[in-house]
Design a protein around this ligand. Structure first.
Ligand code: SF4
Length: 336
């Protein structure tokens, strides 16, 4: 575990149900590997299958993810890369040049995600080296740096050298910073200031929240979160269904039958910008948007597919909702 002092200060220590506490403090439920919601895995997104070595994960033809470090500012209790984060970082750093060479050789890659772990744990000079290796690759349209640091340790963005790096790189190639706010209590004066400073460099900040029991499992919690994000200039982008991760699923995942109603109810009260987010299942077979329910059926649309099954991209999937099903495989097929 690792909790920055700033983030620790957001927790109401007198409230055992404090949502920020659930995100940061280990719970005894993590001793349950699988449990009541169903089977679990250490690798729900199939990262290992798409690992090309040198810290590079290449799942969809057009996107490559580079594991820049395996350390984080905070170890989130619901992390889907729980099996990796916190391990020694030397391997990924040593191999960055080779990862950049892989990207340069694959002209079908239009964008790179620097991820981990959290790349903002790296010294600015190391980030500068990584970004300059990517800046010259002509077929890259843009680069993303995925980071929860604006939320858990916003002071990292009060560093002028880092902001200068963002500004300089963004003038050569478009830079995005996907971040990870899950609850309105994470939107503080300091995280607002961090988001503003990042935006002032010309970098766009998008948010990828995770839908979590005990954290944001009500329409009001989602409404407050999405409205808070648009207020500080952070774009709601994804709301992820909690994955079937070992030691996570049992206590954090919300059944889809309950979840789809919560999300639909929230969207009714949100303006157009605040409801731009997609409710997403980050499945091994590709990303699946959860569109809504039609009676007792769940209507989904696959938006990314594995290269070996291109016909699956854009397909509509309809499954029967059950009281406890929290993942695609839990929901029975619907007979035509
Ligand atoms: S910051 Fe991201 S990678 Fe790190 S523990 Fe949290 S969710 Fe996992």
């Amino acid at each position: 575990m690792n909790i920055p002092r700033y983030y620790l200060g957001l927790i109401d220590k007198n409230d055992p149900n404090d949502p920020i506490g659930h995100l940061a403090i280990p719970a005894k439920e993590e001793l349950v590997v699988a449990g009541s919601m169903g089977e679990t895995t250490g690798d729900p997104y199939g990262d290992d299958k798409h690992d090309k070595g040198n810290g590079i994960l290449h799942k969809y033809p057009y996107s490559a993810l580079i594991v820049a470090t395996e350390y984080c500012s905070m170890y989130c209790r619901h992390c889907f890369r729980k099996r990796l984060v916190g391990l020694p970082t030397d391997k990924t750093l040593e191999n960055f040049q080779k990862a950049a060479e892989y990207v340069a050789k694959h002209s079908e890659i239009t964008n790179v995600i620097l991820s981990g772990g959290d790349p903002m744990m790296l010294p600015t000079s190391v980030l500068r080296g990584m970004l300059s290796a990517l800046a010259g690759i002509k077929h890259l349209n843009y680069v993303r740096i995925a980071s929860r640091t604006p939320v858990v340790f916003p002071m990292r963005f009060f560093d002028d050298e880092l902001l200068d790096l963002f500004r300089e790189f963004n003038e050569k190639k478009t830079l995005y910073l996907p971040t990870h706010f899950n609850h309105v209590n994470e939107i503080t004066d300091l995280s607002t200031e961090a988001a503003l400073r990042i935006r002032q460099t010309g970098v766009t900040v998008n948010n990828q929240a995770v839908f979590l029991r005990g954290v944001n499992d009500s329409a009001k919690a989602l409404i407050d979160l999405m409205n808070g994000l648009v207020r500080i200039g952070v774009n709601p982008y994804y709301l992820y269904q909690c994955m079937p991760v070992s030691r996570v699923r049992h206590h954090f995942q919300i059944p889809l039958k309950e979840g789809v109603d919560i999300v639909s109810t929230a969207k009714r009260s949100l303006d157009g910008y605040a409801k731009r987010f997609k409710f997403i299942m980050g499945h091994d077979i590709g990303k699946i948007e959860i569109c809504g329910r039609h009676g007792d059926n769940l209507v989904m649309s696959q938006i990314h597919a594995r290269p070996e099954f291109p016909e699956e991209a854009s397909r509509i999937i309809i499954r029967r909702l059950t009281s406890s099903g929290g993942w695609l495989e839990d929901l029975p097929e619907v007979e035509a």
